[in-house]
Each structure stands twice: as C-alpha cells, then as structure tokens.
Ligand binder design. Structure first.
Ligand code: CP
Ligand code: NVA
Length: 303
C-alpha cells in the first residue's frame, strides 16, 4: 500500500527513527562523494501555491541526486489555479509521476490529494503543518547534541504550522518541548489536545519560562505566508517573544538556536543571535536535503 507524509503523526516512532538514521547515512554518502541512485528515472511533481526557496531547491536536488527528477509546478500556471478539482489532478498525476510534493494553504488540500492519488503525497507546508522541516530539525538536533531524549527544546513565537508540527514531533519522539506564544496565538486546539498529558510538554505565555534551561531555542516568523494582512497587529503582539541575547541568558550555556528560515532580523531573532548561531541555522537548512532524500527513498522506493 502506498504511504503519504501529510503530517508527522502519519508515521510511527520506529519509522521516524528509521528516517533520521537513513538521513544520516545519505548525508554521509554525499560527503564521501558516493553515487547512490535508488530512484533512477523516478519523477516527483512539486506543486507550489506559496513561495519557497529551501523546500523547492532541496527537494529538486534530493530527487536528482537519487537518480530521478522533479517537475516544478506553480499552481497559478496549472489547471489547479483555474479550479480543476484536486481529486482529478491527483488521479492524473498518478498516471504520470511517482510522487507528489505539495505546498498549499489548507491541510485538507494535501489530504484530498493523498486520498485520491495512488502514489505517495508529501506535505511541503500547509497553514497547519510543516512536517518535512520539523523532521529535519529533529535530525539536526540529534546530529549536534548526540541525543534527543535528555534535552529541553523551546519553541518561542507563533503557534503556527511549525509549532503544530513540533507538538507532533514531541509526541512521536518523546521530546521535552516547551512552547511560548502570546495569548491568542497558541497552537491549533485539536493538536494541543493530542498532547494532553504528554510528559515533558508545556505551553506558556512566558518566553523566559520556556527558554529557562533550554538546550535548543527555536523560532519562526511572526507573519506566516497568507497572514500578511495581520502584519501590524502581529508585529506588536510578538515583541516580547523575540530571541535576543537577554532571553538566551536563561538558556543553557551551550544552547543551540534554530530558525527554519526565512528570518526577519531584529523581529523574531536579533541580528547578533542570528549571526552567532548561523552555522547551526545553515546546517539546519542543509539538512532538509538529506532528510527529504530519506523521505523520498522510503516513500517511492519503499525501503
Ligand atoms: N523553511 C522553508 O520551508 O523554507 P522555504 O519557504 O524557502 O521553502
Ligand atoms: N511559518 C512560516 C514557515 C515558512 C517556512 C510560513 O508558513 O510562512
């Protein structure tokens, strides 16, 4: 049976651990210049309804390096943009290509695509989730810190698609996760419900409480794609949630700072903090490539 990756909780803990391990192996092969093409001549349709730099390029390079190729489709240039139903697009693409990656607004669109496609469907970001990014971020933390279990991971900022996926990652991998958001900007209610009673999980409106003793401090933009009209209101509400030197003083001395990018200097992260932690942040961006290779290999080749 074909599998999809529409959210982190589509996979089991064992599968998640397998993907992290596999990403490490694939990263090693690339470093050593070992050619590995398990997806020879396989194709991936990439549908974008929102902008992208990392997701677009890392998926395209990933499938090419595995021996396949990507077809990049901006929805406005396709019949989706003129109202062709997702269920028809899903069935047409299933006759042509071996996998679909889609970045869109509603999570339901990805789920509809997955329901009707007979090939794997990957969520490249929706308003609700960003599973490829967060799986990759978990990989980055494991790579740098050597483990996942004994860490305090803080997510400070908007209760958006990143925060929602972090909650699912905490459930999947048993992480200690503290989220701090302004009031009214909490993660999605249904996802919070899944985390009820989860050991090591907390939600607060106090950024210092979340950052205290943290091994990892993670943030994201205050205004996600599609929320541009709320910019002024959001930029005001989020000021106390900026990641700056003062906030990091309460974290562990060897704290690492993550940002999925793009970053807005001196908004969600100060320029000084960003530049001090740039090596980690750009390794985090690089790791999208390795983790997505693992996802593509698993879904399309079926290892
Ligand atoms: N982090 C991330 O998904 O970046 P893009 O929007 O550039 O794809
Ligand atoms: N939360 C951000 C993530 C961008 C990669 C957005 O949805 O725009």
């Amino acid at each position: 049976m074909k599998r999809d990756f529409t959210k982190l909780l589509d996979i089991t803990t064992e599968e998640g651990q397998f993907l992290l391990d596999r990403a490490g192996v694939l990263k090693g092969k690339r470093r050593e210049g070992v050619e590995y093409k398990p997806l020879k001549d396989k194709s991936l349709a990439m549908i974008f309804e929102k902008a992208s730099t990392r997701t677009r390029v890392s998926f395209e390079v990933a499938i090419r390096e595995l021996g396949g190729y990507a077809i990049n489709m901006h929805s406005s240039e396709t019949q989706i943009g003129r109202g062709e139903p997702i269920k028809d697009t899903a069935r047409v693409l299933s006759r042509y290509v071996d996998g679909i990656m889609i970045r869109t607004y509603a999570q339901e669109t990805v789920e509809e695509m997955a329901k009707w496609a007979t090939i794997p469907v990957i969520n490249g970001l929706t308003d609700l989730y960003h599973p490829c990014q967060v799986l990759s971020d978990v990989f980055t933390i494991q790579e740098i810190k050597g483990n996942l279990k004994d860490l305090k991971i803080a997510y400070i900022g908007d209760g958006n698609n990143m925060a929602n996926s972090w909650i699912e990652a905490a459930i999947l991998f048993g992480l200690n996760l503290s989220i701090a958001t302004p009031e009214g900007y909490e993660p999605e209610r249904g996802i919070l419900k899944k985390a009820e009673g989860l050991k090591g999980f907390s939600l607060t409106h106090d950024p210092y409480g979340a950052a205290k003793g943290a091994d990892v401090v993670n943030t994201d933009v205050w205004v996600s794609m599609g929320q541009e009209e709320e910019r002024l209101k959001r930029e005001k509400a989020f000021v106390p949630f900026a990641i700056d030197e003062r906030l990091l003083e309460v974290a562990k001395e060897d704290v690492i700072v993550l940002h999925c990018l793009p970053a807005h200097r001196n908004q969600e992260i100060s320029d000084t903090v960003f530049e001090r932690h740039q090596e980690t942040i750009f390794t985090q961006a690089e790791n999208r490539l390795h983790v997505q290779k693992a996802i593509l290999e698993w879904l399309i080749k079926g290892v």
